[in-house]
Write a protein that binds this ligand. Structure first.
Ligand code: UDP
Length: 373
């Protein structure tokens, strides 16, 4: 009989689901037909109102409400505050979550979300199940301390810096493993050349291609930066991914673009879009950065979510695998410089990006998880 692995997550941003799906794909790749995998937005589907509405606020709070996010993030980073919040909230969300776990009867539980570790452990205990709970941290460096619940069976982190931070927050060293950020296998396995991928996507095969995105929610100054690029780089073509940000997509579609421009909403062919591109302009999301590294695309980071993405900026810059630029106009000018014949900055950073890539991460994580079932 197939064993069941239950992923606890919530759709705040695109990264948590993308990570869970990447591990799911890797499990099926390594052990075909042996596991049933369930990826569940526990917060939305198994907590009562008003808690079930909180994930819907994420797009707003990490966009226009960013100052509030910064405040909440730092206050809730104190251990005492975390305990207090858990004591206040858990009694309200305990029963539904535990009932769901009892119904599914998983053989292994995996958390890929900062809110699913201590809470996940609480549900597990309330359900009276004796199964391992493993945390896969999907924030790269400065993750929120709520990722760390020392009682879990294992804690898998993406970077050495994250391992050190986990130790600092009390995770026992013997439970920690560093494998990298789990991303889809297609990022590593697709070896089609740029021109072919471009043609398949309806792009011009020979044009310098700039992709602009902002995570699953289409966060950040996407519109402004795309407009500057279109005005300043007549020799380029643009790919813009608005993600789940419908208002942004409509606004982009209303523009008469100066250069060939392809506008998408939430896409499921990110490996192709990245492979087709020469430069990626993005917010500092860990999933996107790791995918870009594997594709050899150095990210130009325009904005980051304070807190969990702050360390990503330093990580990329210190390794010279990309740059952080504050103003959209400067992004356009920088890219124009890179496009100048004889300028080898992009090539240099591309090599560094490839050096940081961990294309095996999903497979290694999947293998490790299956050892516990
Ligand atoms: N993504 C996607 N389609 C889109 C936009 C984003 O598949 O239209 C994926 C992207 O490839 C990455 C994830 O969503 O895997 C975004 O994760 P990241 O950690 O970069 O940022 P988040 O959205 O979680 O803030």
């Amino acid at each position: 009989m197939k064993k069941t692995i239950l992923f606890l997550m919530s759709d705040t941003g695109g990264g948590h689901r993308a990570s869970a799906q990447a591990i799911e794909e890797a499990v099926h790749h390594l052990y075909p037909n042996q596991y049933t995998i369930i990826i569940e937005d526990m917060w939305k589907k198994h907590t009562p109102w008003p808690f079930n509405r909180l994930p819907d606020l994420y797009g707003w709070i990490t966009g226009p409400g960013l100052p509030l996010w910064r405040l909440l993030w730092s206050i809730s980073a104190y251990a005492a505050m975390q305990s207090l919040l858990f004591m206040m909230i858990f009694p309200f969300i305990k029963h539904r979550g535990a009932a769901y776990l009892k119904m599914v009867k998983p053989d292994l539980i995996v958390s890929v979300h900062p809110m699913m570790n201590q809470v996940g452990m609480g549900w597990l205990n309330a359900a009276g199940l004796q199964v391992p709970l493993i945390t896969v941290v999907t924030d790269m460096v400065t993750f929120h301390p709520s990722w760390i619940c020392p009682e879990v069976t294992r804690c898998i982190v993406p970077t050495e810096q994250a391992r050190e931070r986990a130790l600092k927050f009390g995770m026992p060293a013997e439970k920690l493993v560093v494998y990298g950020q789990p991303v889809g296998l297609k990022f590593a396995t697709s070896n089609r050349d740029k021109a072919t991928v471009r043609r398949q996507l309806g792009l011009m095969a020979e044009r310098y291609t700039i992709m602009v995105m902002g995570g699953g929610e289409g966060f950040g100054k996407i519109y402004k930066v795309a407009r500057y690029i279109a005005q300043q780089a007549p020799q380029a073509q643009l790919i813009i991914v608005a993600g789940r940000n419908r208002a942004l997509k409509h606004k982009l579609e209303a523009v008469t673009w100066e250069i060939p421009t392809h506008i998408y909403g939430f896409v499921d062919n990110m490996p192709d879009l990245m492979r087709a591109s020469d430069v990626l302009v993005t917010k500092a999301g860990p999933g996107t950065i790791s995918e870009a590294f594997i594709t050899g695309l150095p990210p130009v980071l325009l904005g980051y979510i304070p807190g969990q993405e702050t360390g990503n900026v330093a990580y990329v810059q210190e390794n010279e695998a990309g740059v952080y630029v504050r103003r959209p106009l400067d992004v356009a000018q920088l890219i124009c410089d890179w496009m100048t014949p004889g300028n080898d900055t992009l090539q240099h950073m591309s090599q560094n990006a490839a050096r940081l890539a961990r294309p095996q991460a999903s497979l290694q994580i999947a293998d490790e998880l299956c050892q516990f079932v």
